[in-house]
Design a binder for this molecule. Structure first.
Ligand SMILES: Cc1ncc(COP(=O)(O)O)c(C=O)c1O
Length: 426
């Protein structure tokens, strides 16, 4: 097989794609093949994928057990729209009703996380009859105009031209030297003040249970209970965005289950398709009842994506993926926390399950995105693809496929210790 190679791909990207699509690494590999937790470049070099295409490939790359179903469905019936009756979409709706927390039993299928969030926001506006929406600083909701307006990460807002009636409240990430409790109080007070200034106007708050792009920020354990109570006072809904955290990643089906509440609307995408585009927003009978005006997403829940997602849910359950995420995540968190004792550039280690962030700062306590880039480059050369995120792009993100093994993680940690050691010598 002959490949273009990284340089030609970069040249073609420069010529034919919009310059807004960046890539990682000074010396990036051309990825040509994936198999479960591993990716391979055009030279045949193997990499352990520790980012899973940003929490998408929870069941691993080209998983044969899932693809068997997907390809079979592709051969039989590939696409019709939802104006015709087909079986996989209703089977998936039924299955998801069982998999989702509490009384969230109705879903609308679409194509991407942004589209699911946009639909959830529309539903919240329809059911409450109000138009105001609140997002959180440090949160990411998507790249449509409305979801970008509710995104609290400057680099992902693109233009400062927010949709009307959108508000950003303070987020739940700790400021330096702040406790999680103080961060919770600050964020809740900020949300309350927006609600009080618009007592009849706010339809919903949308937020992630763990902010992914914001640097894997975990709120205080009581945050969502308190938030839900505040929203109930103002007849506003809680939309929980599980686009990055859903489908076993944090050791539960959905991360919000760690906080012991059921949201009014839950959105999911990414890992639901394990690489096949599909997303959903899901809600209760009562809230769904108001959404009777016609709405359709051409490819949403088409036979192939729905059959594929059913196979994904079967695989997650049959292979105890969330239990693996809980156990291996504990090991990963412990070992990364131990590295923090040795390497002072690690300022924080946080996360739940297989969603862990390592924040990197200079000795003066400033964000160190250049150090993160150097560590990522060394890790890639050693055969490990690590993610990065955070408002200051100074957080190493560990979100591997849930099929990763203990020895994969231990090998990765050895390589990370060497990469940190080299960084210390810089
Ligand atoms: C939490 C969260 N919400 C929404 C989105 C947008 O999803 P998509 O890129 O599928 O539109 C993302 C994407 O990274 C995300 O992480």
């Amino acid at each position: 097989m002959s490949y273009l190679g990284p340089q030609t791909i970069i040249e073609k990207k420069r010529q034919f794609l919009l310059p807004c699509s960046y890539h990682f690494y000074q010396d990036p590999p051309q990825l040509v093949r994936g198999s479960m937790q591993y990716l391979y470049d055009h030279t045949g070099k193997q990499y352990l994928d520790c980012f899973a295409g940003v929490s998408v490939m929870n069941c691993g790359h080209s998983n044969p057990e899932i693809l068997h179903t997907t390809l079979k469905q592709m051969e039989i019936l590939q696409h019709t729209t939802t104006i015709y009756l087909t079986e996989p979409i209703v089977d998936l709706g039924e299955r998801l009703a069982d998999y989702l927390p509490g009384n969230l039993t109705r879903s609308f299928f679409c194509m991407s996380g942004s589209e699911a969030n946009e639909g959830a926001l529309l539903l919240a506006k329809k059911v409450t009859g109000k138009t105001g929406l609140i997002g959180l600083e440090g949160g990411l909701s998507g790249r449509t105009h409305l979801t970008m307006s509710l995104t609290g990460i400057p680099m992902w807002r693109t233009m400062d031209d927010p949709s009307p009636n959108t508000f950003l409240a303070e987020g739940y990430a700790k400021h330096s030297n702040e406790t999680a409790e103080a961060a919770m109080e600050r964020s809740l007070a900020s949300i309350r003040s927006i609600l009080e200034a618009n007592p009849k106007g706010i339809a919903a708050v949308i937020c992630e249970p763990i902010q992914g792009n914001g640097g894997i920020q975990v709120p205080h354990v009581r945050y969502f209970k308190r938030l839900k109570a505040i929203l109930q006072e103002f007849d506003a809904l809680l939309i929980i965005d599980e686009v990055q955290t859903g489908y076993g990643r944090t050791g539960k089906n959905f991360a919000i289950e760690h906080f012991d509440i059921v949201p009014d609307i839950l959105t999911s995408a990414k890992a639901l398709g394990n690489g096949v585009p599909i997303a959903a927003f899901s809600t209760t009978d009562e809230i769904a009842a108001s959404f009777t005006s016609p709405s359709a997403s051409t490819l949403g829940g088409n036979p192939v994506s729905a059959a594929n997602s059913l196979a994904v849910l079967n695989y997650l359950e049959a292979h105890q993926c969330k239990e693996r995420a809980a156990n291996l995540g504990k090991l990963l968190l412990e070992k990364l926390t131990a590295l923090k004792e040795t390497y002072s550039i690690i300022s924080d280690v946080r996360g739940i399950g297989l969603m862990v962030g390592v924040e990197i700062r200079t000795p003066e306590g400033l964000p160190a995105p250049e150090a993160v880039d150097r560590i990522l480059e060394r890790m890639k050369d050693a055969g490990f693809l690590i993610g990065k995120n955070g408002i200051d792009r100074n957080v190493l993100a560990f979100q591997p496929p849930l099929v990763v093994t203990k020895s994969d993680i231990l090998n990765m940690l050895d390589a990370l210790a060497s990469a940190l050691q080299e960084e210390r010598a810089e």
